[in-house]
Design a protein around this ligand. Sequence first.
Ligand SMILES: [Zn+2]
Length: 221
Amino acid sequence: MTMRESYLLLLCDYGRRLITDRLTTGTGGNLSIYDRGRNLIAITPSGKAYEQLTPDEISIISPKGKHIDGQSPSSEWPLHTAVYLERPDINAIVHTHSRFATTFAILRQPIPACHYLIAVSGSSQVRVAPYATFGSDELAQQTVASLEKDNCILMANHGLLAVGTDIHKTYNIALYIEEVAELYYYARAIGTPALLTGKEMDAAHERFKTYGSKSSSGIDL
Ligand SMILES: [Zn+2]
């Protein structure tokens, strides 16, 4: 049983968007889609430039990490399989080293409720998971444990992990959190940011629930 062609094309398209949206450079970051019906994971391959990526090069692995087709999977495959195992609600993962989110990951400081768009995280802040070597099981386990039920988390001295029900929503979470991180960085640089209260964030979360059902991305505010 093979992976749906549409999923392979989507990973190529969103891989290229990582570059054009400046969420990564070179071969950094990785993306995956889990087809739960076929029980197969499509993940971007290791060390391949996104600009030249073709659907037949996308790596297909089992949920236990067995290589089935395409090129060798991203070295971060244990992180992807660990998320899919722990979170039955998740079918797509976007991992980036985007500049502003990673700046806060290096400071090991969460991104607080400085803008209502932080609500796409599923929480009122983006927390920081502990550091471990890239590609390690330790990193996978620690990051999944820290993620809990949220849609994204900073990985200390590494980058950002976004998870969602489909690749479109998940990519937008990574994009919006990078935007919020950039705004928070600039606000901190010239003053003391005012943060939204718990009540204000509750209202934002409520609005997202309503808007989410009307749009394909769920978060196109
Ligand atoms: Zn990484």
